[in-house]
Design a protein around this ligand. Structure first.
Ligand code: 4AD
Ligand code: MG
Length: 462
């Protein structure tokens, strides 16, 4: 008999029909006469109750049905008299696909801490919490493609291995096949990367933007959605060494169009996830963060505040608040500053623009004041920076001057600079950290809990 998904059975139950379900046992309770099994197959946060009239079955065989076991049940779908569930299954036949020894299976009934579940990340998708989180991750990813497809942006694949450092941050992972113990050396005694796989020094990308810009200069509008890597040692609840980034880039957009795009995009994907992941969000709201739904609705229903860095710093200085990192014009804002503006001052998402050029990347469009650039960060409640972007410097001479000022190597950048020589155009784009968005949607407070297998310093298990 064809297997039904539990989600379908619970949503539109046809009572009195024979059904087949397959899934993992969450709990088993009951007495000598009857057993109640909560079965979950991942299609929904909800488990279905399987009722087993024990005298009709082989007692010894059924002992294998314990928490974590995988079973196949054939039975009759009937209306449930129990509270909080619409349908249950009266079991006729049960096959055990895989047992889970109660003595060693780590996920017994009791609630586990998120810290403990991180240590068993290979099993945590089987919990209600992580089932909800990873279904939402899927809905969001789908919504992102859906949004850009509808807007006429093309999905553009940028390389993972690269010889350029897009952000100039210097926190890149080396990609090499040379043996570190026995690397070939140049006459000056340095590692000779000309003998490496690519014949040069290469890294894992920190951003697909530079190549994305090349796409935008031909296709009009593109977006990337791929993994990016940063060897940041910052051990915070908001940083991963491997994270997913979405980077739209479009010709003929200025900074204001870019802000409109970012706001419209975020609102679309949040409302999509709220519609398609309703049960999961309700679960997370009740379990972890009972202001989650309110916060999501708030972001959907309010226009983001737009202000310049200079205005933001003035507000922070006048706030009278003692910050861990003192604030004055020129400093890079910390998450405590961003969160003060968003959560306490405006109580609304903020798009901050026109940052001092020295704290932003070389490619941002320079303002006439000679001091600031047309960068923009979108700041969200509980998260701080969720998006970073800018209008790009499209003037060859200005860009070249900045590259020289910063002593950047032209070796990995000549092709990027060439775009400003051949048919340059005003253009803009931004990068959204997918896991930061996931934090916002799920209400989880640690970024390690919104990606299946987190990569952070000193941790690459699974
Ligand atoms: O602000 P960032 O560094 O901007 C860029 O990489 C640009 N090239 C984007 C562009 O204009 N196309 O990073 C963009 C976003 C941040 O706002 C943040 O959400 C996320 O990426 N991010 C991280 N997320 C998790 N872990 C990290 N270590 C992150 N670093 C940045
Ligand atoms: Mg940034």
């Amino acid at each position: 008999m064809k297997r039904s998904k539990i989600d379908d059975l619970l949503k539109s139950p046809e009572f009195g029909k024979p059904v087949c379900v397959k899934g993992w046992v969450r709990t088993r309770r009951g007495n000598k006469q009857v057993a109640f099994i909560a079965l979950n197959d991942g299609s929904t946060i909800h488990s279905i109750q399987v009722v087993v009239d024990l005298p009709q079955f082989d007692e010894e065989y059924l002992k294998g049905i314990t928490t974590g076991a995988c079973i196949c049940v054939n039975g009759m779908l009937v209306e449930s008299l129990g509270q909080g569930q619409s349908a249950e299954i009266q079991a006729k036949e049960i096959e055990i696909y895989g047992k889970a020894d109660p003595a060693t299976y780590p996920l017994q009934k009791k609630g586990h801490s998120l810290e403990f579940l991180r240590e068993i990340a290979y099993l945590r998708p089987r919990t209600n919490t992580f089932g909800a989180v990873f279904r939402l991750r899927h809905h969001l990813a789908y919504a992102i493609h859906d949004y850009f497809n509808k807007q006429g942006f093309y999905y553009f694949h940028t390389p993972i291995i690269t010889a350029s450092d897009a952000e100039g941050a210097g926190s890149m992972f080396r990609a090499t096949i040379l043996d570190p113990e026995n690397a070939p050396k140049t006459p000056e005694g340095k590692v000779d990367y000309s003998q490496d796989f690519f014949g040069r020094h290469t890294n894992l990308t920190v951003s697909g933007q530079l190549e994305g810009e090349l796409g935008a200069m031909a296709l009009g509008g593109i977006y990337t959605f791929g993994p990016t890597f940063r060897a940041e040692n910052s051990n915070t609840p908001r940083h991963l060494a491997e994270f997913w980034m979405i980077e739209p880039e479009a010709a003929f957009l200025d900074i204001n169009d870019n802000m409109d795009l970012a706001e419209d995009f975020l609102k679309y994907v949040i409302s999509y996830a709220m519609e398609h992941g309703k049960d999961d969000i309700e679960f997370l709201n009740s379990m972890y963060d009972n202001e989650l739904i309110e916060r999501l609705n708030f972001v959907l229903n309010n226009k983001f505040i737009r202000l310049t860095y200079t205005e933001g710093v003035e507000i922070l200085e006048k706030s009278g608040r003692k910050f861990e990192f003192p604030v004055h014009w020129g400093v890079d804002l910390q998450s405590e500053h961003e969160r003060y503006l968003v959560e306490e001052h405006f109580r609304c998402p903020v798009i901050m623009t026109d940052y001092p050029k020295d704290i932003k990347s070389f490619y941002m469009k320079q303002n006439d004041d000679g001091k600031t650039v047309r960068g923009m960060d979108v700041l969200f409640p509980k998260i701080g920076e969720i998006i970073g972007g800018s209008e790009r410097e499209s003037d060859y001479d200005k860009l070249m001057n900045r590259v020289k000022e910063l002593n950047m190597s032209l070796d990995g950048l000549w092709w990027y600079l060439d775009t400003r020589k051949f048919g340059t155009a005003p253009h803009a784009g931004f990068g959204l950290g997918f896991e930061r968005l996931m934090l916002f949607i799920t209400g989880m407070s640690n970024i390690r809990d919104v990606i299946p297998f987190p990569r952070t310093s000193k941790n690459a298990d699974f």
